[in-house]
Design a protein around this ligand. Structure first.
Ligand SMILES: NC(=O)C1=CN([C@@H]2O[C@H](COP(=O)(O)OP(=O)(O)OC[C@H]3O[C@@H](n4cnc5c(N)ncnc54)[C@H](O)[C@@H]3O)[C@@H](O)[C@H]2O)[C@@H](O)CC1
Ligand SMILES: [K+]
Length: 509
């Protein structure tokens, strides 16, 4: 990935954001100037997005999130609105920049206890808690949030909806649901991870004068998943290219009654950009495949002897094992052999479950096969499959989805794609990406088989595993967006040409 793209897509946790703040202040900008810019962004967004809002309730917390709220109230008042601040603490309890911001506001304010949203407000501004949320929201703040929910008045959150952790997207006590969230400099993981993402509504990132150069010192490792993270265009063939330039992907098939999943993955691999795709199937499944496959090739693979012979073709470089394959010794043997032969492997579904009693065998094989090119193994579990390989991480309620996936990748020596509405992709070296495209229609039978095929296509074309996984997840989500409602798994691969066209049109990075 390029530095510029990575910087644009960086997500900062509250500690890193505080560091960005500190470096900016150390560079000569006063803290109150940063707060003023944050408030200007909030007030400006409100004026643009809710131009008819006159009577505005501004909920202000005890820290700098509250400071932003007091300063925004002043700006809204200057713009002709009628704000009333409802403060969580008496203003003389505020400290630092927040105290300065409150002192600069000359309009009406009351204690938070007095807040009754039914009193005809057009809009509520949530400046209770942001990056500094440190414990569950309870008591008076929780009452105010519940009252906002009941009133159905539009809500604009400052930085984060109160009750959502910026680091994890997890709720801490009562959570406010916003229609729009204005955050500063860069998004935070909590804006993309559920349930945070749903609580934010639309997210606007405002420039408050923090220079991108602070990111050099912070060196972010977590990113929003988007084309800047992977080779761009990921899949456009060279004009004078040969099909072998784009690699040869292989999909292992299950037996006679379970061949569809392998075909879904194989077609996705071909449409995903692999030059050639072959299905390796047991003899019992050959007829079923032969009746369906055209551009995709077919080989008999009944046992280890067949497989060893097939592996002699050094051009097969990316394998998919798992969809419809069946759980057991064959899966373990083939997966280990693929890795030992220096090929790259997407392990999904039954392939993952096959290692539930001996995950260390898989992890050792992945680590032994790791080279300068990075991890050779990509695991694509949903939450249930993740739990089979990493039961302790799955059961640790103190870990966020992001932390769980990063720990799993480090332990396995593999790129881990933990699927869901907020799919997290993590590499053993600590890099991680959070995906946010796609539609709810992706929760359909066979959707994961397609994803494994698209990822294998990127591996076959030579993308490093982390980039291949990021690209595959993004393309999969984008294909669903192009199709729209009524999607089933078969509809995804036919949408991939549009996704390739879109990627190819982006400026190369
Ligand atoms: N870091 C930056 O670069 C900038 C930060 N700004 C604002 O500053 C905010 C962060 O400010 P702070 O670090 O002061 O944090 P917050 O204002 O989010 O909250 C911290 C305060 O809330 C209290 N608190 C935390 N959880 C509570 C709970 N559940 N119930 C009751 N009290 C609770 C803490 O004791 C502390 O007093 C950001 O969200 C943003 O709005 C902006 O002013 C612009 C620049
Ligand atoms: K807030």
């Amino acid at each position: 990935m390029t530095k510029i793209a990575a910087h644009d897509l960086a997500l900062l946790d509250p500690v890193q954001m505080a560091e960005a703040d500190r470096l900016t202040i150390a560079g000569g900008m006063a803290g109150i100037a940063l707060m003023e810019r944050a408030a200007t962004a909030v007030a400006g967004t409100i004026r643009r997005s809710f131009p008819k809002a006159r009577r505005i309730a501004v909920l202000a917390g005890p820290g700098n999130n509250g400071g932003d709220a007091w300063a925004a109230a002043r700006l809204l008042s200057e713009a002709g609105c009628e704000p009333t601040v409802y403060s969580f603490v008496a203003p003389d309890m505020l400290r630092g920049d927040a105290a300065l911001a409150a002192a600069g506001y000359g309009g009406p304010w009351q204690a938070l206890e007095a807040f009754v949203p039914e009193a005809g407000f057009d809009l509520v501004v949530d400046g209770l808690f942001g990056a500094g949320l440190a414990r569950p929201v309870e008591g008076e703040a929780a009452r105010a949030i519940a009252a906002v929910k009941g009133a159905k008045t539009p809500v604009v959150a400052i930085d984060l909806p109160s009750g959502i952790s910026g680091a994890s997207g997890e709720p801490l006590g009562t959570v406010l649901r916003a229609d729009l969230t204005v955050t500063f400099f860069r998004r935070k993981p909590g804006h993309l991870l559920e349930p945070g993402r749903s609580a934010c509504g639309r997210v606007i990132v405002a420039d408050i004068g923090i220079s991108d150069s602070v990111l050099e010192a912070i060196s972010p490792q977590v990113f929003a998943n988007a084309p800047g993270l992977f080779r761009n265009p990921a899949t456009s063939p060279r004009d004078a290219g040969h099909k072998y330039d784009r690699g040869h992907a292989v999909v292992f098939s299950g037996g006679m009654a379970r061949t569809g999943a392998a075909r879904l993955a194989a077609m996705a691999a071909l449409r995903g950009g692999a030059g050639l795709v072959t299905v390796y199937a047991p003899g019992s499944a050959l007829m079923a495949h032969a009746a369906h496959l055209t551009a995709i090739m077919l080989e008999r693979c009944n046992d280890a002897a067949d497989f060893d012979a097939l592996l002699c073709d050094a051009r097969t470089n990316a394998f998919v094992l798992g969809p419809g394959f069946g759980i057991g010794e064959d899966a373990r043997r083939y997966a280990s052999a693929v890795l030992a032969a220096g090929r790259r492997l997407v392990l999904d579904a039954d392939g993952i479950t096959s290692f539930q009693d001996e995950p260390e065998t898989l992890f050792a094989a992945a680590k032994a096969a790791t080279s300068d090119d990075g991890a050779p193994l990509v695991l694509t579990p949903h939450a249930g499959e993740f739990k089979r390989l990493f039961p302790d991480l799955a059961g640790d309620a103190t870990l966020s989805k992001l932390e769980r996936t990063r720990s799993a990748a480090r332990r396995a020596g593999a790129v881990v794609v933990l699927k869901g509405r907020d799919t997290v992709i993590a590499a053993p070296d600590g890099r991680a990406a959070i995906n946010s495209n796609g539609t709810p229609w992706l929760a359909t039978a066979g959707s994961g088989d397609v994803l494994s095929g698209i990822v294998a296509a990127q591996l076959a074309q030579g993308a490093p595993s982390f980039e291949a996984a990021c690209a595959g997840v993004w393309m999969h989500g984008r294909a669903a967006e192009h199709f729209g409602s009524g999607l089933i798994a078969e509809d995804l691969a036919p949408m991939l040409p549009q996704v390739h066209t879109e990627l190819a049109a982006l400026p190369s990075s």
